[in-house]
Design a protein around this ligand. Structure first.
Ligand code: NAD
Ligand code: DAO
Ligand code: ZN
Length: 377
């Protein structure tokens, strides 16, 4: 049995406070658990959302972070999925292969560690993190990648080709996979389809990549920040619309999109988390068959609305978590798409910083020139 490890981590002690970069203690993995030496982690909006205090389920003190990759340092008893030395990506959407969800063949959501993950503890109900005062620190999204060492459930980790650079493929732990999967799995975009993507962050631009890979005939990106235009085209968009600048008198974003596509889109995606945008995305769909996929995470308490007639007349509202991707069985395919040049990942790394600059990394998120900041331990 391994020993506790002392290492650097960023602890969120309270909402809306900077993270405390300090030495913590990480206990050895128990049965069906894996201790990972995290080499790289990115910062995603969900980390910022929870840290801000807006997340009603957010609990402190905790170790945030869920978009990370590293190398297996040790495994507890009965771990068969990975071994010491494996290069791995942490998965906030587990895949046990045995639960009702996994066996359904209908969803990538898994029930195995859901209840304890939501409470910030390991499946046995306890934490593997302590600070030097002996206080227990909660886990986050089953990953807690803002620590040089972390412990995750064996169903919440996947081994990847060791040739793949961990400082890039860490992004497959959330944003890139979410967008790409939403296009190729949840929507299952087909050759010739028309697609509109609202919000050109890492998630939206990855939807664009998925739509392009499938041979969509039109990929329209809608973003309120015109600086996203060049990026959108680089990732495969055919058109870019800034609704704050590009609408004529009497025109709405919905009417413009409907006119651009002979009656509406085959698929639209919300990658903003704004419920008004979600409505526009649904209503810009083609009558009879258009599908709108909600990916964005709306602020707590927000609700969506539209006239039911929009659905009666054949438009479909769907959602997608982690792009509908089953992390353990489908990650290898995404790595192959990346290695084969079909899936851009490196291009999302607009900023890199040493781990100790994590608070500055959170500031980067507020700037329009940042897609992802990758931290290096
Ligand atoms: P991001 O902030 O980098 O990108 C959002 C983009 O939306 C920005 O370019 C912004 O300018 C644009 N935008 C904001 N308001 C807009 C509006 N009214 N109209 C048009 N564009 C607008 O974020 P991201 O990392 O790409 O994540 C996007 C969303 O996806 C977030 O809500 C995030 O929480 C969510 N997310 C969901 C999942 C999932 O599994 N469902 C996973 C990861 C992220
Ligand atoms: O199974 O009930 C459940 C929860 C699954 C979590 C899916 C989370 C999707 C959105 C998270 C956003 C970003 C990281
Ligand atoms: Zn399962």
């Amino acid at each position: 049995q391994g020993k506790p490890i002392q290492c650097i981590a960023a602890v969120a002690y309270a909402a809306a406070q900077p993270l405390s970069v300090e030495t913590i203690i990480v206990d050895p993995p128990k049965a069906h658990e894996v201790r990972i030496k995290i080499t790289n982690t990115a910062i995603c909006h969900t980390d910022a959302y929870t840290l801000s205090g807006s997340d009603p389920e957010g609990a402190f003190p905790c170790v945030l972070g869920h978009e990370g990759a590293g190398i297996v340092e040790s495994v507890g008893p009965d771990v068969e999925t990975v071994k010491v030395g494996d290069h791995v990506i942490a998965l906030y959407t587990a895949e046990c292969g045995k639960c009702k969800f996994c066996k359904s063949g209908k969803t990538n959501l898994c029930g195995a560690v859901r209840a304890t993950q939501g409470k910030g503890v390991m499946p046995d109900g306890t934490s593997r993190f302590h600070n030097l005062k002996g206080e227990s620190l909660l886990h986050f999204m089953g990953c807690s990648t803002f620590s040089e060492y972390t412990v995750v459930a064996d169903v919440s980790v996947v081994a990847v080709d060791p040739i793949a650079p961990l400082d890039k493929v860490c992004l497959l732990g959330c944003g890139v996979t979410t967008g790409y999967g939403a296009a190729i799995k949840t929507a299952n975009v087909q050759k010739g389809d028309t697609v509109a993507v609202f919000g050109a962050g890492t998630v939206g631009l990855s939807v664009v990549q998925g739509a392009k890979a499938r041979g969509a005939s039109k990929i329209i990106v809608i973003d309120v920040n015109s600086d996203k235009k060049q990026w959108s085209h680089d990732f495969g968009a055919t058109d870019f619309v800034n609704p704050l600048k590009d609408l004529k008198e009497g025109e709405t974003i919905v009417s413009k999109l409907v006119n651009m596509t002979d009656g509406g889109l085959d698929f639209t995606f919300d990658c903003t988390g704004n419920v008004k945008v979600m409505r526009d995305a649904l209503e810009a769909c083609h009558k009879g068959w258009g599908e709108s996929i909600i990916i964005g995470v709306a602020a707590s308490g927000q609700e969506i609305s539209t006239r039911p007639f929009q659905l009666v007349t054949g438009r479909v509202w769907k959602g997608s978590a982690f792009g509908g991707i089953k992390g353990r069985s489908e990650m290898a395919g995404l790595i192959k798409d990346y290695q084969g040049g079909k899936l851009k990942v490196d291009e999302f790394v607009t900023h890199t910083r040493p781990f100790k600059e994590i608070n500055e990394g959170f500031e980067d998120l507020h700037h329009g020139d940042c897609l992802r900041t990758v931290l290096d331990f």
